[in-house]
Design a protein around this ligand. Structure first.
Ligand code: GLU
Length: 339
């Protein structure tokens, strides 16, 4: 029975630690996915005071196994729910490892003022002091709050409300892992109240991509990330394009515009031969690659890390944009019109 005085929220389960069970209450590693999204909702009875919850299981895996095969239906289901008058917002339960990628993709493609909040957990549901139930409760509260309108896709973990566009998983193990060091948090969840530090605003560089006709993972162009290290093989880019069919490359350079000299010679030759976009991002957890700091055949990723750069480049390629046009989409240090 729906409570007509409460908003309705559609909740999508995808798997992850939040839906996992371990052997004992002290097991915090080596657990596996074993709960469905309705199990997660049932475990938090106080959710009925916050919202009417409908749910859909989109997948039930660790988020390292997610890809466009699951993301595309997730996107369509969320779009449909938010387009209807029935729902005030959406919640996604998700593994933490690639949560930032899903959040970034949804932030760029969902065309709605209604909030989407993604929550996960760092401890499985069976652990003492499991964090999942509170994270889910707070995610529903955030999406059910009118204060959350116009803020796009958010991530909530550990009482903090973070931007899906900027936030990164910084620590493989600790609770307080979702951070956007430079850009900060959007707000804080305190004693059953959603609080924001600023009025609603979209991040600079957060552009909308129309994915409404995207139906199959095969329609998304392959973009491969290459990781820098001392002695990185300069031919990896050749393999990525010629053997693996990459239509774009993201370089996780050692710093801001830092790829080996020999590698850059090969990269330039590849660019001239195939005319595909090559994004210079960084392997460092934070910082940026300025537009003016990269070779003329490359595009600086601005503040975006490699995994977010990959998704942005894929959406640009899917949209049929030219390399010149694509370069305008990467949030840069250099201020360009409208940013
Ligand atoms: N690797 C798993 C995942 O991302 C578990 C990690 C987690 O959810 O915290 O789904």
């Amino acid at each position: 029975m729906k409570n007509s005085s409460l908003p309705s929220i559609k909740t999508f389960g995808t798997g992850g630690t939040i839906a996992s069970k371990g052997a004992t209450s002290a097991t915090t590693a080596g657990y596996s996915v074993g709960l469905t999204v309705d199990d997660l909702i049932e475990a938090v009875p106080s959710l009925t005071n916050k919202a009417n919850l409908d749910f859909l299981q989109v997948s039930n895996v660790g988020s390292e196994s997610l890809n466009y095969t699951q993301l595309i239906p997730l996107y369509h289901n969320i779009s449909e729910a938010l387009a209807s008058d029935e729902y005030a917002g959406a919640v996604v339960t998700h593994g933490t490892d690639t949560m930032e990628e899903t959040a970034f993709f949804l932030d760029l493609t969902i065309n709605s003022e209604k909030p989407i909040c993604i929550a996960g957990a760092m401890r499985p549901a069976t652990a003492t002091s499991a964090d999942g139930p509170m994270n889910l409760y707070q995610a529903v509260s955030i999406s059910a709050s009118e204060k959350s309108l116009g803020r796009g896709t958010m991530i909530t973990m550990n009482d903090r409300i973070a931007s899906g566009f900027w936030t990164t998983k910084m620590n493989a193990n600790s609770f307080d892992t979702f951070i956007a060091d430079e850009q900060g948090y959007l707000g804080y969840f305190s004693n059953d109240d959603v609080g924001y530090y600023y009025p609603p605003v979209k991040p600079n560089g957060c552009q909308f991509f129309d994915a409404s006709n995207l139906t199959d993972a095969s329609e998304v162009p392959e973009v491969i990330i290459l990781y820098s290290y001392q002695g990185v093989n300069p031919k990896l880019i050749v393999k990525a394009i010629e053997d693996l069919g990459a239509k774009g490359i993201v370089l996780a350079g050692s710093g801001a515009d830092s790829w080996t000299t020999t590698g850059n010679i090969v990269n330039e030759e590849i660019f001239e031969e195939y005319n595909i976009p090559i994004i210079h991002s960084r392997r460092t957890v934070d910082g940026g690659v300025p537009r003016d700091d990269v070779p003329e055949w490359a595009i600086g990723s601005g503040y975006l890390n490699p995994q977010k750069s990959r998704i942005l480049l894929q959406l640009c390629l899917y949209s049929g944009y030219s390399i010149d046009h694509i370069s305008q989409f990467f949030p840069a240090f250099t201020v360009v019109e409208g940013w």
